[in-house]
Design a protein around this ligand. Structure first.
Ligand code: ADP
Ligand code: ZN
Length: 606
């Protein structure tokens, strides 16, 4: 298909006038009949990569999806844009399934969303030829790998489809894939010399912040009260915490519900649905909440507790700002949390598992404590370099932390490690080093004679917690290392040894202060509009959504409403120009919005 025709179809159906990065390349390859592997971050616009080809060519596009709840959502979404789509899964009655099958044979649908176990039922793959299948899109393709976090054994059988539809291209899509998972996807789906597309993992519309954890529930309440219009997720480690935080929020007049694997399935679904439908503003959840939650207008993700790994943190924060509007990601951090997590890890039975968990936790602690650009730290984890530092979207770049001359402190700290090693020939941990520096009289210090070494008590000018921070920063700088065994031991590194000899001036960072208020800035993705009108339009949308019993975003995304509130169209022609308004939505929904805008204008004119 010609580029112009494709763009016209994009505008007509979905109301967009340009492609997101890589969408066009992926679509072009599909038209050429190639297999494609696409790794796009959350919110990157993966769905469009198979939806547009499905519309542009005749026949049926199969969309394999692991999540039943999501299928309905996506199909509702497509239907609202006038696309003939349907799904097949275990929630349907036998009669309804049959009716849909008949429709499929008559060629009434362009897209069929289907669960892998349904697709692979005996007899079904044989019939795909008759259904005129032209493309197989495999969503959440990482589910095929045991190395991913949502392994679904049913995905393994998908390769068996190939002989039945030998000429049909496969498109594998995911937002999570390490190298290992990527190889699994290609191999286990039997992709044929696939073209691989990997988008940047940078999410420019997200801001990252770390706040020192101090009366956390109160911090969360205040933060959410400061964002009265926004909807978001509070991630907690324990089920109990999700319930107690939700309750405290409710006590302060904020609509909030818990979500965790211990709730009855019915309650869990009900709470999730209320959140998706904007009837509950905040969901307090364990990590069980997330995959398959495609709520586009999540404006914040707060972490009450320290996540176990950067990978997990990135995925969880990634649920903010799917629609491209700004989102804020805040982590509450205290060193005590890190210690608690280490203790959990010590309980794990398998030493290898322990080692990996400690390493991952260590990276997470570095993220939380470092004065470096948070975005750069996250991206580095995925092997990317952040080209623009300061990034204008993290606390460390927006408000660089105070620094001080740490030459003397580093000298004391590092030589203390050195002396202790010399005196005892065995390594000691961070706390012991600090006890020696601050001249504590512990039983171990006496027993090992560490009160006799020259650095004993030379660091009384700093408190213990200050020394903790200094020590951890020196570890981050690589001047000393911390082993990841159960009783972790501090060692001078080669660099640390060299530094002790040369003693160049060294700058250290002051710990974060919990009082510091971060400046509000305009962040990428923001659409400046009249907020009062935006609120009005949300109410209009709410009414329509309730009537149709769908989440509000199925009617129009927040982005579209903000564009409306900014441009204030006065007739259908102008309304059609708004991004996210395709032909069908123009016809179905423009009237109530146009009249709300008109009323609002005349109200202001008076
Ligand atoms: P993903 O599955 O990659 O997380 P989605 O397919 O849900 O992302 O798309 C995220 C959002 O971006 C949706 O609201 C979608 O309508 C929107 N979107 C997708 N492609 C475009 C585009 N070319 N222009 C504008 N918005 C787009
Ligand atoms: Zn930054």
């Amino acid at each position: 298909m010609q580029r112009e025709a494709l763009l016209a179809l994009l505008k007509k159906t979905f109301g967009y006038s340009s492609f997101r990065p890589l969408q066009e390349e992926i679509i072009t390859d599909i038209f050429a009949g190639r297999d494609v592997f696409a790794l796009l971050p959350t919110g990157g616009g993966k769905s469009l990569c198979f939806q547009l080809p499905a519309l542009a060519q005749s026949g049926l596009t199969l969309v394999v999806s692991p999540l039943i709840a999501l299928m309905k959502d996506q199909v509702d979404n497509l239907q609202a844009s006038g696309v003939a789509a349907t799904f097949l899964n275990s929630t349907l009655s036998a009669e309804e399934s049959k009716a849909r099958f008949r429709g499929l044979y008559r060629g009434e649908y362009r897209l069929l969303y289907i669960a892998p176990e349904r697709l692979m039922l005996p007899g079904f793959p044989e019939r795909l030829q008759e259904l005129n299948v032209r493309l197989v899109a495999i969503d959440e393709a990482h589910c095929i790998s045991e190395w991913g976090h949502d392994f679904r054994p049913e995905y393994r059988q998908l390769a068996e489809l190939r002989p039945h539809i030998p000429d049909v291209p496969f498109l594998a899509l995911t937002a999570t894939a390490t190298q290992r998972v990527r190889e699994d996807i290609t191999r286990l789906l039997a992709l044929r010399t696939p073209r691989c597309y990997v988008a940047s993992f940078n999410r420019p519309n997200l801001t990252y912040k770390v706040l020192p954890k101090d009366k956390p529930t109160e911090q969360i309440v205040r933060w959410i009260q400061d964002h009265p219009e926004d909807s978001g997720i509070v991630y907690c480690q324990s089920r109990k915490a999700t319930e107690s935080v939700a309750e405290k929020l409710r006590a302060r007049g904020i609509s909030a519900l818990p979500y965790h694997a211990g709730l009855e399935a019915r309650d869990r679904e009900k709470n999730q649905e209320r959140f998706l439908k904007d009837k509950t503003r905040v969901i307090c959840a364990t990590v069980a909440f997330g995959m398959g939650v495609h709520k586009p207008n999540v404006r914040f993700v707060l972490h009450f507790d320290l996540p176990k790994s950067i990978e997990g943190y990135y995925q969880e924060t990634g649920r903010a700002g799917r629609d491209g509007l700004p989102g804020e990601c805040v982590l509450l951090y205290s060193a005590a949390d890190a210690i608690k997590q280490r203790a959990f890890i010590d309980e794990k039975p398998d030493p290898e598992e322990q080692r990996i968990a400690r390493e991952q936790l260590q990276q997470m602690i570095h993220y939380a404590e470092s004065a470096r650009c948070r975005r750069a730290t996250l991206l580095e984890y995925f092997g990317e370099t952040q080209s623009t530092i300061p990034c204008e979207g993290c606390d460390n770049c927006l408000e660089p932390r105070e620094v001080f001359d740490g030459t003397l402190a580093a000298q004391k700290f590092l030589s203390c490690i050195f002396r202790l090693r010399q005196a005892s020939r065995f390594g000691v941990g961070l706390n012991h080093v600090i006890e020696v520096l601050t001249g504590a009289a512990t039983e171990k210090i006496k027993r090992w004679g560490h009160d006799k070494i020259s650095t004993y008590g030379v660091g009384r000018e700093h408190s213990r917690s200050e020394w903790q921070a200094i020590g951890r920063e020196l570890i981050r700088m690589g001047l000393c290392t911390q082993t990841s065994e159960r009783l972790s031991v501090l060692e001078l590194s080669t660099e640390g040894m060299a530094w002790l000899k040369a003693r160049h001036p060294l700058t250290l960072t002051r710990p974060m202060k919990s009082t510091s208020k971060q400046p509000r800035v305009k962040i990428e993705g923001d659409i400046v509009c009249d907020e009062a009108l935006f609120t009005q339009l949300r109410a209009v949308r709410r009414e329509i959504a309730d009537e149709k019993n769908v989440p509000p975003y199925i009617i129009f995304a927040d982005v579209t409403l903000r564009h409306m509130a900014a441009r204030q169209p006065v007739n259908e022609t102008e309304f059609a120009e708004i991004p996210g308004v395709g032909e069908r939505k123009l016809r179905d929904f423009s009237a109530p919005f146009l009249s709300a805008i008109d009323q609002w204008r005349s109200g202001r004119a008076r």
